[in-house]
Design a protein around this ligand. Sequence first.
Ligand SMILES: CC(C)(COP(=O)(O)OP(=O)(O)OC[C@H]1O[C@@H](n2cnc3c(N)ncnc32)[C@H](O)[C@@H]1OP(=O)(O)O)[C@@H](O)C(=O)NCCC(=O)NCCS
Length: 197
Amino acid sequence: MEIREYRAEDEIGWVRCRVLSFLDSAYFDNVFPKKEVYENPAIELVAVENDQIVGLLDIEYEVRERTVCSRGTGLGGMIWHIAVHPDFRRNGIGTQLLKVAEKIAKMKGLNRFEAWTRDDEWVNKWYVNSGFMNVESYLQVFIDGNSELKGAIKSELPDLLPVQAFAHYIGEEKEQIKKRFKRVYECNCYEKKLKDI
Ligand SMILES: CC(C)(COP(=O)(O)OP(=O)(O)OC[C@H]1O[C@@H](n2cnc3c(N)ncnc32)[C@H](O)[C@@H]1OP(=O)(O)O)[C@@H](O)C(=O)NCCC(=O)NCCS
């Protein structure tokens, strides 16, 4: 297994790896048909085994403070995607991708990584075991059908009838929201300070 920088010709393999990697996670329907292009520079790595992309890591990073990350001081990097193909998990590929990214990040003068993830226990465990700290959270709420929409979401345009909605809940009444809607995720912010810079 080789870890190297992403190349344009990896795109199909990257998209396939990402889709499969997220299928058994809380992001199962968060599908990108193309790889994103970032506004700022990015560390874009892939793990390759027998010409197949089996892991990926994208970190967009700051060249000016607070242009990418949501918190903290100094220059940081935001992990937008980390994924390992389900057939290749728990072999240290995620850890190795992160290690290589940290090396590059330190050379670029970054002092931390930030990442946001939903409440899959095993993914949260991976972040904690990888040296990240859970620093804040909010709820991501899928609102579906008349009974859930009623009293929560209303269209202000005539004849435009909401059928589904996706919302962020940033208030204190999290338990009530979790009771009221069927599909609710705690979205956790993780931060890892990069030492020795
Ligand atoms: C999180 C992820 C990138 C980790 O990659 P990985 O290569 O499998 O992880 P590593 O081999 O480096 O680390 C393994 C550790 O992660 C955790 N872990 C990973 N998969 C797990 C699973 N299915 N069940 C329980 N723990 C798991 C454990 O702590 C495990 O350590 P252990 O095997 O000693 O118990 C990968 O599981 C993945 O692609 N998840 C789905 C995509 C996702 O949710 N990405 C983050 C959203 S932003």
